[in-house]
Design a protein around this ligand. Structure first.
Ligand code: MG
Length: 170
């Protein structure tokens, strides 16, 4: 039987991951409006990955015969004064998600829920990659974003990102 606190945190994470998808869809929407379709693509792929994360938490709880409760997804509430603001909001959000994953891991560790810890291992690694990607994007934007020609090339680079299904199978 799964510990109730662990179950609640895993259930809440379904909502947090769907919110992440919604937030990145808003980022994609922002860049579409600005005519930067490469950036819009990059965040669209990110949104798809977040939806996958939500479904992994959902499927894990279902497989463990645990109760799932779906809650309302918050409206993305961020406003941006420039392109770089969006990228920085992305990094800030990923750092927050990392803290959430760590909290679930700590709760599972406390009750020796090794199965949940093993499930979360993939997310621990994934969060490292998400933070690296968000940081790299900020660095590139700071280096090249103020020059229109370089921004155009960065936009072209980001247009090449392709969605792939998560490597975690549960
Ligand atoms: Mg995620």
């Amino acid at each position: 039987m799964m510990n109730e606190k662990v179950r609640e945190l895993l259930n809440a994470q379904i909502n947090k991951e769907f919110y992440s998808a919604y937030l990145y869809l808003e980022f994609s929407n922002y860049f579409d409006d600005k005519g930067l379709e490469g950036f819009a693509n990059w965040y669209m792929v990110q949104a798809q990955e977040e939806r996958d994360h939500a479904m992994l938490f959902y499927t894990y709880l279902q497989n463990e015969n645990q109760k799932v409760t779906l809650e309302a997804i918050d409206k993305p509430d961020k406003t941006f004064s420039c392109h770089l603001d969006v990228l920085k909001a992305g990094l800030e959000h990923e750092e927050y998600v990392t803290s959430l994953i760590n909290d679930i891991y700590a709760a599972a560790y406390d009750v020796k829920d090794f199965r949940t810890m093993q499930f979360l291992d993939w997310f621990v690694k994934e969060q490292g990659e998400e933070e690296t990607n968000a940081n790299d994007l900020i660095t590139k934007m700071e280096l090249f974003g103020s020059d229109p020609k370089s921004l155009y090339m960065l936009n072209q680079e980001l247009a090449t990102r392709v969605y792939t299904a998560p490597s975690l199978v549960i």
